[in-house]
Design a protein around this ligand. Structure first.
Ligand code: IMP
Ligand code: MG
Length: 184
């Protein structure tokens, strides 16, 4: 869906579909250069990374494989705790593989640091990270991001995979959700 369909809920447009496509293409050119001659294993973290994975993988002019993981943070808080439970594990072995984690957004970076540690213990040859979006808090922890689309402000955003209560993931762009939608 388009911004017009949810204009009552969106405070401001952060990224248009065209800007997202430009960012994805820029990341893809860097990834193609760095993985020349390899077949990287792209790993998406469900569900948010579905849109980035679909567009990034198609933009890449090299062979890739794709796999998916579903994780959930322990605890009820909306902020991730850093303690992660695997809900759906990978199907493909990481041993000897060049892995590229594909993320929609890195906020605190806690999920990502857990994944990096988990993947390196599975004997991957290398593990790199691509994320479309990064929030300011990610800069305060050690989260190595190899391919970045955009730095965005610390507002609550929806669209292009990002949800509020499972809604808005199918919005083509990214926008700031009006606080009136989630505060009543
Ligand atoms: P963290 O980097 O471990 O804090 O976790 C990042 C996760 O928090 C993402 O995968 C999203 O599920 C969620 N998240 C962070 N910021 C937003 C936002 O602005 N909108 C929607 N979800 C967000
Ligand atoms: Mg996510």
């Amino acid at each position: 869906m388009n911004f017009d369909d949810v204009s009552a809920d969106i405070e401001s447009v952060v990224l248009t579909p065209e800007e997202i496509a430009e960012g994805i293409a820029r990341m893809a050119r860097e990834i193609e250069r760095d993985f020349a001659g390899e077949t990287p294993l792209l790993i998406g973290v469900l569900k948010g990374a579905v849109m980035v994975m679909a567009d990034l993988a198609r933009e890449l002019n090299i062979h890739v494989e794709m796999d998916w993981m579903a994780v959930s943070s322990y605890g009820k808080s909306t902020k991730s705790s850093g303690v992660v439970r695997i809900v759906k594990d990978l199907d493909i072995s990481l041993e000897g593989r060049h892995v590229l984690i594909v993320e929609d957004i890195v906020d605190s970076g806690l999920t990502l640091s857990w994944l990096l540690e988990n993947f390196s213990s599975r004997q991957a040859a290398s593990v790199r990270v691509a994320t479309l979006l990064r929030k300011p808090d990610a800069l305060s922890v050690e989260v190595p991001i190899d391919y970045l689309g955009f730095d965005i402000p610390n507002d609550f955003m929806v669209g292009y995979g990002l949800d509020f209560a499972e809604a808005y993931r199918n919005l083509r762009g990214v926008g700031v959700l009006k606080p009136s939608v989630y505060k009543d």
